[in-house]
Write a protein of this length. Structure first.
Length: 267
């Protein structure tokens, strides 16, 4: 190629310069295509690695959640098979224990199935205050929890699937209630921010430590001794499908605030 350029340059320097520029452009294009191909392959490999890591995390969580009830079932079956002349009361106790933990295992599978098969939302305007009131009626806090609701009349309807958003609010209300075993205050506040509606659900409970704060919406991650770790993950997944978002702020010993953001149904 260099020899051809030199021969061309001897006959017509201007033509040689044009040819050189054309070749440089072609080489730049080839290098860009090669770099893009390598980058695409790198991104694909990284995504595969992230998916495998996520699958491993979920698999570990499932194993943990199912192993506990299965171990209880196994222990009770061993007793029933090997006990000598067990009393009817003992037999009934172990049968009830087996039934109870089979229900626990089934609830784990059901929750995972529901999480994996969230239907596409039917986005329609709905009144935030009415939705919150319905959730509190179905999930009443205990007597030692004071509830305050502040959703002004000027608050526009939110855009979302009402049935799915009820699930989100119910999970957040239950989360706040469980964070205040000794009582406290649960407050719900709605406001319009530009073309969005934001709803704060705040408690005065135990709070969430900084090391747990970034992971609480991960599937099967829970800070509770008997928590399945799907409530907040389902809430986040629902909001993602409803073109919304979930933000959390917390301070240990002072409480937690979950902020749900949805599009406002503006006329």
């Amino acid at each position: 190629m260099q020899r051809l350029l030199e021969d061309c340059g001897q006959s017509d320097p201007l033509e040689a310069l044009a040819v050189r520029r054309s070749l440089d452009t072609l080489l730049d294009l080839d290098l860009a295509i090669i770099e893009d191909a390598y980058q695409t392959e790198h991104n694909a490999r990284q995504q595969r690695s992230e998916r495998l890591a996520a699958i491993g995390q979920v698999a570990g969580g499932i194993a943990h959640e199912l192993r506990n009830p299965l171990n209880v079932v196994k222990t009770s079956i061993y007793y029933l098979l090997n006990a000598r002349n067990p009393s009817p009361a003992k037999i009934a106790e172990h049968l009830q224990r087996i039934e109870r933990h089979v229900v626990v295992a089934d609830s784990v599978i059901t929750a995972l199935s529901n999480f994996a098969k969230l239907p596409l939302p039917n986005l329609r305007p709905f009144p935030v205050l009415l939705c919150v009131q319905e959730v509190l009626e179905l999930n009443p806090p205990p007597d030692n929890v004071q509830v305050t609701i502040d959703c002004p009349d000027s608050l526009p309807p939110a855009l979302g699937d009402l049935d799915q958003i009820r699930i989100v609010f119910a999970n957040l209300v239950r989360n706040g209630r469980e964070a205040m075993p000794q009582g406290g205050r649960l407050s719900v506040q709605g406001r319009q921010v530009s073309d969005s509606v934001e709803i704060d659900i705040a408690d005065t409970g135990v709070g969430i430590s900084p090391e747990n704060l970034s992971r609480i919406t991960e599937p099967l991650y829970s800070t509770k001794a008997r928590g399945l770790g799907l409530g907040l993950a389902i809430a986040r997944a629902i909001l993602d499908k409803n073109k919304g978002s979930l933000h959390v702020a917390s301070e240990v010993g002072r409480g937690t605030t979950f902020t749900v953001r949805l599009a406002a149904a503006l006329e």
